[in-house]
Design a protein around this ligand. Structure first.
Ligand code: GAL
Length: 654
């Protein structure tokens, strides 16, 4: 199920409860002027809908939905459970979340609930039941929006109720066998053995490092526990409203939630994106998140559920979007698979914590001109709606791996998984190579090149999938510190990296992080050099493994840094033993692309110009501050700074 529209949806979070009713008809009139056709309603309206426990007031919401419908505007209706009213905490103080150090969080902002709270869940589901029953047949209803940004502020709770739920979750995972849990957690270490289930607690503040295997299960539980509630709300909706798709908005690379598991439960994937306008690297990170969303939806179109029209209000300094960036970044999302462009929020609040967050309509009551222009332009892009984004390169991304890299007591504590993934992705982004983001263990047969940066944790299924990809002739690039632990965060024994060393054609004799301030030099076969910091490895290549780059100084002088190995006469496997600088990374990627036969979507474009094919369109985006003249699809194009153009491709749609 998708939102199944003929045009790109345009709109934003609409919070009419913040405004007198006289303003609502003006809202609808302005929405029409802006080309808005989808409004997300009710996200934080629980206290307005249920001002006192069990006392519901739906009249105002009925009128809002009727008004929107009469104005031709569809509704993405939120279940309103993202932020419980103050009465919930009064009714049950145990519904409030507790941090690892025992501090309880109070109401007065938002999301003040323990994910496991029985009272929260019961009251939330009672509300959802009424919402779903009441609005299932409403003609404005196009989409259900469960909660909002699950886990954004509170993704875990360390209270007694959470401890009980954690133990229940563990009993299920280990089939009630405490010995299995003890083995999986390696509890012979530091006298951590558990003789009774009741002895097990969440990883609360401890004297020193908590058990990393326990940490893995705690994170899995945390993601599953919120998902469990999401599922309950979704199932309640489906009982009343089986034909309307359901979503919840994601937050890109958000560590606490394993979105691979979450996305499997969504009818359509949706995402909130807030890049920093002053960050020159923002377009790369955003492109990666767009590709991740497409991957989470298994290639289907996704929704940009929230973006800012200009400033946010939650950074230390909140700079406005620069001229052109709103359009540029919106088109970037569409180019990378979005079929909806929505904002937080429609009308800028005058009170509350977000009154200085930009909106589509400002404090002056006027629509932003760029918002109106964008609405018009998106209406002309209907031919890309539903179209896929073809890619022959797959980038592996895994939350479980991220969690294992976040466990205490590692050789380097500051390895930043998303940053390393971005470093790899940037090399392809700069060359305008389309990338699919996929989970380890995925079917890789549709791809020619697979990238595995910093894939520390691998299950046997992950290894098998990489092996069969390489056996099938694929080209694989593996990053440092990969293939080292299993899903329990136990080291895979044998020479490092035990799970992958025959594929790589080498042994890692030692992992050698660099001291703060220290650097090593790597020289590529072409003679170019680059400085690396943070991490190096002592590699011992097999006789048939080619050395593409070597360390030239320090303890590792003369030893390989980057290798290439043809595995049993089939596919080719690269190993990159350090976080390479961009030029060196690009050189490795170019070489691997040549092996894999992976081409650029539009070669030879100036730096900062992004090219993406989606269906019949080639999107050209100039993120730079200088104008550029480029040639693509047999056309000469002039691109002003921070501007974009959409060309129709003579190629068959992908
Ligand atoms: C999102 C949230 C919105 C709003 C927005 C501000 O995280 O879903 O409700 O707070 O951020 O940028």
């Amino acid at each position: 199920m998708t939102i199944g529209r003929a045009r790109i949806a345009y709109g934003g979070d609409y919070n009419p409860e913040q405004w007198p009713e006289e303003v609502w008809p003006e809202d609808v009139r302005l929405m029409q002027e802006a080309g808005v056709d989808l409004a997300t309603v009710g996200v934080f309206a629980w206290a307005r809908i249920e001002p006192r426990p069990g006392e519901y007031d739906f009249g105002w919401l009925d009128r809002v939905l009727d008004l929107l419908h009469a104005g031709g505007i569809g509704v993405d209706l939120a279940t309103a459970t993202a932020s419980p009213p103050a009465w919930l905490a009064r009714m049950d103080p145990g519904s409030l979340p507790v941090r690892a150090d025992g501090t309880q969080l109070w109401p007065g902002s938002r999301q003040a609930y323990c994910p496991s709270s029985v009272t929260y869940r019961e009251r939330a589901l009672a509300l959802v039941e009424r919402m779903a029953a009441r609005y299932a047949g409403h003609p404005a209803l196009e989409l259900w929006h469960v909660g909002n940004e699950f886990g954004c502020h509170v993704s875990e709770c360390f209270c007694e109720r959470s401890a009980t739920r954690f133990r229940d979750w563990l009993r299920a995972r280990y089939q009630g066998d405490l010995d299995r849990l003890n083995r999986a957690w390696g509890t012979t270490f530091w006298s951590q053995h558990y003789g009774e289930w009741e002895e097990i607690a969440p990883p609360r503040a401890t004297p020193t490092f908590p058990n990393p295997s326990q940490g893995m299960d705690w994170r899995r539980f945390g993601s599953d526990e919120l998902l469990d509630h999401h599922r309950a709300e979704r199932d309640m909706i489906r009982r009343h409203s089986p034909d309307v798709p359901v979503t919840t908005n994601f937050m890109g690379m958000f560590r606490p939630l394993d979105y691979w598991r979450w996305a499997a439960e969504e009818d359509v994937v949706s995402q909130d994106t807030y890049p920093d306008p002053s960050d020159p690297a923002a377009p790369v990170g955003v492109a990666l998140v767009c590709d991740l969303m497409r991957g989470l939806g298994r290639g289907r179109p996704w929704m940009l559920m929230e973006q800012a029209s200009s400033r946010v209000n939650w950074r230390r300094r909140n700079v406005p979007k620069r001229p052109g960036q709103l359009r540029l970044w919106s088109l970037q999302a569409v180019a990378r698979g979005a079929d909806a462009v929505l904002y937080f929020q429609w009308r800028q609040s005058v009170a509350g914590a977000e009154k200085w967050h930009s909106a589509m309509v400002g404090h002056d009551g006027a629509l932003r001109a760029d918002v109106v222009e964008l609405g018009r332009e998106l209406a002309g892009l209907s031919d890309v709606v539903g179209a896929s984004v073809p890619a022959r390169t797959a980038l592996l991304f895994s939350w479980e791996n991220w969690w294992s890299l976040s466990q205490p007591g590692q050789p380097a504590w500051d390895l930043d998984y998303p940053a390393e993934v971005r470093r790899w992705y940037a090399a392809l982004w700069s060359a305008n190579v389309a990338v699919d983001v996929v989970p380890p263990g995925a079917d890789l047969s549709g791809h020619a090149l697979v990238l595995a940066p910093l894939l520390h944790l691998v299950t046997q299924a992950d290894v098998d999938s990489l092996r069969s990809f390489v056996d099938g002739g694929g080209t694989l690039v593996v990053g440092f510190w990969s293939g080292v632990v299993d899903e329990r965060d136990h080291v895979r024994t044998g020479a490092y990296p035990a799970a992958l060393r025959d594929l790589l054609g080498l042994v890692v004799a030692d992992y050698a992080p660099l001291a703060d301030g220290a650097a090593a030099t790597v020289r590529l076969a072409g003679g170019e050099t680059c400085r690396v910091t943070q991490w190096t490895e002592r590699l011992v290549p097999a006789a048939d493994t080619e050395v593409l780059a070597s360390y030239t100084d320090g303890e590792l002088a003369g030893l390989p840094a980057v290798t290439r190995h043809r595995h049993q006469g089939r596919g080719v496997v690269y190993y990159v033993s350090a976080p390479l600088a961009p030029a060196a990374m690009a050189a490795v990627m170019d070489r691997a692309r040549a092996d894999a036969g992976v081409e650029s979507s539009a070669a030879g474009l100036p730096p900062g110009v992004e090219a993406i094919r989606r269906g019949p369109a080639l999107f050209l985006l100039n993120h730079g501050d200088e104008p550029v003249d480029v040639s693509a699809e047999g056309t000469d194009v002039h691109l002003a700074p921070r501007s974009a153009t959409v060309l129709r491709s003579p190629r068959p749609p992908g």
